[in-house]
Write a protein that binds this ligand. Structure first.
Ligand code: SAM
Length: 215
């Protein structure tokens, strides 16, 4: 069964035409995510009820807008105290994203101390974090060490694209977010992967939904 799942995953991810994750959008804005993962984000927001989602790596901002709209649905449009903080080294989000009242944008290298400090200052006490920027293992490990500090007990630190570097896609690549997660879990027991978030079988974050213990 796993072989079938992996073969479909490779077909879904590596198809070169403008389809699958290269051509997915939310309300007209590109969102480079598997729709199954977007659905799981929605379920986590509804159940964990974070006051902040930090998305590190926004690109055009379709996922940022999706998260802000989920907050609108879960909390109602008038609840202003729940926000999405989007971080990117080169901010290029669509104007419908930057104009959304729940969206805060921070431009800078995600692992630079001044970037993290700006995010920390805007973040609430019940944050959830989504890491989806530079996918090299050293960079992701640095992000994990930094941004894990913001994640509330019972909330989630989600690592995007743990599927690359052979898990099961882009097998020729030497390392990626999966390896960063392995190193991170060796140095902390504060977080554990939540396999329930992989229930749809196709996910761009295999072993990447890290739940903070407690609560
Ligand atoms: C895979 S895209 C993000 C896709 C987006 N999360 C989505 O769902 O549509 C990666 C983004 O990370 C940004 N990025 C790359 N290196 C970065 C860094 N060191 N710090 C912050 N952002 C970075 C890139 O500019 C790019 O926009």
């Amino acid at each position: 069964m796993q072989e079938v799942v992996d073969r479909f995953h490779v077909l879904w991810y590596e198809t070169r035409q403008r389809q699958t994750w290269r051509n997915t959008s939310w309300r007209g804005v590109p969102a480079q995510q598997c729709p199954f993962d977007l659905w799981v984000y929605q379920e986590l927001i509804a159940s964990v009820r974070p006051d902040t989602v930090v998305e590190v790596g926004t690109k055009r901002g379709g996922t940022t807008l999706f998260l802000a709209n989920v907050f609108d649905c879960v909390y109602g449009r008038d609840e202003v105290d729940a926000r999405v903080i989007g971080v990117d080294i080169s901010m290029r989000v669509h104007e419908s994203v930057s104009q959304h009242p729940r969206v805060r944008l921070v431009e800078g290298d995600s692992v630079a101390p001044e970037t993290f400090e700006r995010v920390r200052a805007s973040s609430g006490s019940r944050a959830m974090v989504l890491l989806d920027s530079d996918h090299s293992a050293p960079h992701v490990l640095s992000e994990l060490r930094l941004y894990s500090r913001l994640v509330a007990p019972g909330s989630y630190l989600i690592v995007g694209d743990t599927n690359i570097a052979g898990h099961p896609v882009l097998a020729a690549r030497a390392d990626g977010p999966w390896d960063a997660v392995t190193a991170f879990l060796e140095e902390t027991d504060e977080f554990e992967p939540d396999p329930a978030c992989e229930k749809h079988m196709l996910t761009q974050s295999p072993r990447g939904y890290l739940k903070r213990r407690g609560d």
